[in-house]
Design a binder for this molecule. Structure first.
Ligand SMILES: NC(=O)c1ccc[n+]([C@@H]2O[C@H](COP(=O)([O-])OP(=O)(O)OC[C@H]3O[C@@H](n4cnc5c(N)ncnc54)[C@H](OP(=O)(O)O)[C@@H]3O)[C@@H](O)[C@H]2O)c1
Length: 253
């Protein structure tokens, strides 16, 4: 059920919203009255189910497909966004793609990981920022990672570097667009229990994280989504260029 009308008449674009954190954020914004654009890459049915869930709760939204690991895919989303005003952008799509050690890394894989986890977010932000400046309002969240500060696990160098670039981008955009009334912040999840880890982590790795986490467990997609939504609310109106760490105390900075 629609809980509040906090985001009524606002359109939110969430990249990578067919699963995990992005899907939870889509439901959370939908429940607060936003029109939700659910972007996906490979899981069309899952994305359509997210929109159906939002509609069943009394909200509204649509899906859009683009492979943000390729420049052609980024261009297709940027073109699709032309003349579509977006009030809130959540740059959430991301993946390790393949856990690959340094000596095995190829230029093609580096390009794909950086495009998906950083460059695409820049160009999608660029596409929506023009309209935000004209309307003198807008909010953007970049989903980074604890890996941005810690350097990433073995095989995740490019992913961690891309996420660090994402965090730096937040600060630069916050500086340039703050005077236009646009807020930009980072949400930096620790280990959140999603398909991401079913694809890229072993049970041993996850048990080690739990043991090193003061709250003694992994996070949920909803907990990461709550942080994203909070930073877009009026309650966060003086928060600009910051990173909100959502990791149960695993890393305190
Ligand atoms: N889970 C964690 O512990 C954790 C920790 C730190 C940061 N993060 C970050 O949080 C974000 C969400 O992660 P998650 O855990 O929710 O992952 P997830 O459940 O694996 O979902 C990833 C989302 O990204 C989309 N995506 C993947 N590759 C894509 C591509 N080439 N082009 C466009 N979209 C693509 C997926 O779309 P399709 O399924 O439709 O292909 C899906 O919607 C990511 O940026 C991730 O790096 C996650």
């Amino acid at each position: 059920m629609i809980q509040t009308e906090e985001f009524k008449n606002q359109t939110v674009l969430i990249t990578g919203a067919s699963a995990g954190i992005g899907a939870a954020a889509a439901h959370a914004f939908g429940n607060r009255g936003a029109y939700v654009i659910v972007h996906y890459n490979s899981r069309r049915e899952a994305a359509e189910q997210v929109v159906a869930g939002i509609a069943a709760a009394g909200g509204n939204g649509e899906t859009v497909q683009a492979d943000l690991g390729t420049q052609a895919g980024v261009r297709s989303l940027v073109d699709w966004l032309r003349d579509r005003p977006v009030d809130i952008l959540v740059n959430n799509a991301g993946s390790l793609v393949r856990r690959t050690r340094v000596l095995e890394f190829t230029p093609e894989l580096m390009e794909q990981v950086m495009t998906l986890n950083f460059t695409s977010a820049f160009f999608v932000a660029q596409a929506v920022l023009r309209g935000m400046v004209e309307r003198k309002r807008g909010t953007s969240i970049n989903v980074s990672s604890v890996a941005a500060r810690m350097g990433g696990g073995i095989g995740a160098l490019a992913y961690a570097a891309a996420k660090a670039a994402m965090s730096a981008m937040t600060k630069n955009l916050a500086r340039e667009f703050g005077p236009a009334g646009i807020r930009v912040n980072t949400v930096s999840p620790g280990t959140i229990d999603t398909d991401f880890h079913r694809n890229f982590s072993t049970e041993q790795m996850l048990n080690n994280v739990k043991a090193a986490t003061p709250l003694g467990r992994l996070g949920t997609s909803e907990e990461a989504a709550d942080a994203i939504v909070y930073l877009c609310t009026d309650g966060a109106r003086f928060i600009q260029g910051q990173a909100l760490e959502v990791n149960g105390g695993f890393l305190m900075v």
